[in-house]
Ligand binder design. Structure first.
Ligand code: MN
Length: 266
């Protein structure tokens, strides 16, 4: 059964970190979450005032953050000694697990900074695992050409069999970056929630800079001209307790996370 677009949303202007201006696409009043996706932010500006403050040191626990850069560079560093720079076309899939303290700062003082950060929830059994990273430069992300365009496979598998760079994550996510002039077809398992985010052009009736939430089914056939992200993941169907940078199952676990953070146990 084909999945159809059931809702189209623009996202809302927001600021986070030290004054970074962004568009909150998932995680706002309009679309609070799309299990397992807790948040999707887009940042896109060539005005340094919109991004130069970056995201100074802050904690995470209980989920994964996925940073995908379209343009510009972002430097990250955590309290366990892990550091690096995510450059245009690159992805960092960070499993925060039981917790990290990190900073994410633009590695530039001018020019275009454009990218996305997606938060993917972890099942209760994985929330307190050790933190882990999967990081790939743009050249190391599989690229598949097809009749009507091309697809960069960050995670998951295309119908032609191209397997994504990021593997072994809990919600079996699909994360594709598709450039299209025609039709793109993809299986998405029953039990996954999914959406497209149109970066440029118009795809499946969803205009540029809008998210189109997919209904249930087993496949999509998306037609249009443009560039879009196609993202899907297995629903967890577990209670969600959110407290700023922590996402757990119960309020008590959130309070525990704040206590661990304040007591220097991250
Ligand atoms: Mn962060």
């Amino acid at each position: 059964m084909q999945r159809e677009i059931i809702k189209t949303i623009r996202g809302v202007a927001a600021a986070d970190g030290d004054g970074v201006r962004l568009t909150r696409i998932i995680g706002s009043a309009e679309l609070e979450m799309l299990d397992p996706f807790l948040l999707l932010d887009s940042f896109e500006s060539d005005n340094p005032n919109d991004y130069i403050g970056g995201f100074p040191e802050h904690p995470h626990r209980g989920f994964e953050t996925v940073t995908y850069m379209m343009a510009g560079k972002m430097r990250h560093r955590d309290n366990a000694g892990h550091k690096g720079v995510i450059e245009a076309g690159g992805v960092q899939w960070m499993t925060a697990g039981r917790g990290i303290l990190h900073s994410e700062m633009p590695e530039q003082e001018q020019g275009l900074l454009h990218g996305f950060q997606l938060w993917v929830n972890l099942p209760a059994k994985d929330k307190m695992l050790a933190p882990a990273y999967q990081e790939f430069a743009g050249d190391d992300i599989p690229l598949e050409a097809f009749a009507d365009g091309q697809v960069r496979v960050i995670s998951g598998q295309t119908e032609a069999g191209t397997v994504g760079a990021v593997k072994g994550t809990a919600t079996n996510p699909l994360y594709l970056d598709v450039t299209l002039h025609g039709t793109f077809r993809q299986e998405i398992p029953e039990g996954h929630n999914g959406f497209i985010y149109v970066i440029e052009g118009e795809v499946a009736g969803v205009p540029q800079k809008h998210i189109g939430v997919l209904g249930q089914g087993t496949r999509v056939a998306l037609s249009g001209t443009g560039r879009f992200l196609l993202i899907a993941g297995a629903r967890l169907d577990e209670p969600v307790a959110r407290g700023g940078p922590f996402v757990m199952n119960t309020r008590a676990e959130i309070l525990h996370a704040f206590d661990d953070y304040k007591s220097g146990r991250f």
